[in-house]
Design a protein around this ligand. Sequence first.
Ligand code: ATP
Length: 271
Amino acid sequence: MAIEVFAPAKINLTLHVTGQRDDGYHLLDSLVSFADIGDRLTVAKADEMRIDVTGPFAKGVPTDRRNLCWQAAELFGETVAITLEKNLPHAAGIGGGSSDAAAVLKAMEQLFDRPFDGDALLLGADIPVCQIASATRMQGIGEVLSPIKIPPLEAILVNPGVSVPTPRVFKGLERKNNSEMDMMPKTHRSSDFWTWLADQRNDLEAPAIAAQPIIADVLRELSFLGARIVRMSGSGATCFGLFEARGHHEAVYRDLKQRRPEWWVEYATLT
Ligand code: ATP
């Protein structure tokens, strides 16, 4: 029996870096959402661990213990054969590896008919939130999770094909003790949510732009095309533009694809 699972792209709608612990871990305050596009995996029982990677972004993805899927299976305590259809760019700030690992844990719970009882945080700060896979406020070092209801957001995701090493971006932060997110609106009116979201930040945007100035071009382009909110996700380089009018973002998608064939451009609904 093989279990099929979807590993959605993780988009940090906000990412405030609020401190750093003595052990080096950063304290974060982030509203994390998930897209309806992502990687696809199948997981089956096997005598030995094995990972096969296919898909448009297969190149460069490790097929050994370095792959987070492999480490997730080890932490679960069983051997499996995994096929990973890699549709998301990696080292791109959209949590590809983390979402894949969370999906493997989910699949293995079904496959072996028992809950995962390990500490997912050992695999990375984003794994617990990826196990939830819908809008969540993430605080602490990734372990304080509060699911949040957000209006579905129509987004264009753009990656200009440059990679920005996460440690370098954190190192470039001017200060580590930035403010938390403002209080979220208590109402469920989407206009209140949009106004609130526009006022929040990704603190990693400035150091990522310093490392890869093309990120500023992506943000400018998305604004120019009418996105109401533009921001970078994670430590970059993927950026998103949010569009209020339904359907509008599909025209923008086609336009960008045509004018910037070298960029990865996708449209997605974030929830
Ligand atoms: P984040 O949003 O958490 O910063 P990211 O998108 O920057 O994540 P990943 O896509 O997880 O980062 O890739 C980072 C590196 O991890 C890759 O360069 C790759 O070598 C390695 N890696 C390990 N497992 C995977 C996986 N399943 N998919 C992609 N990359 C993986």
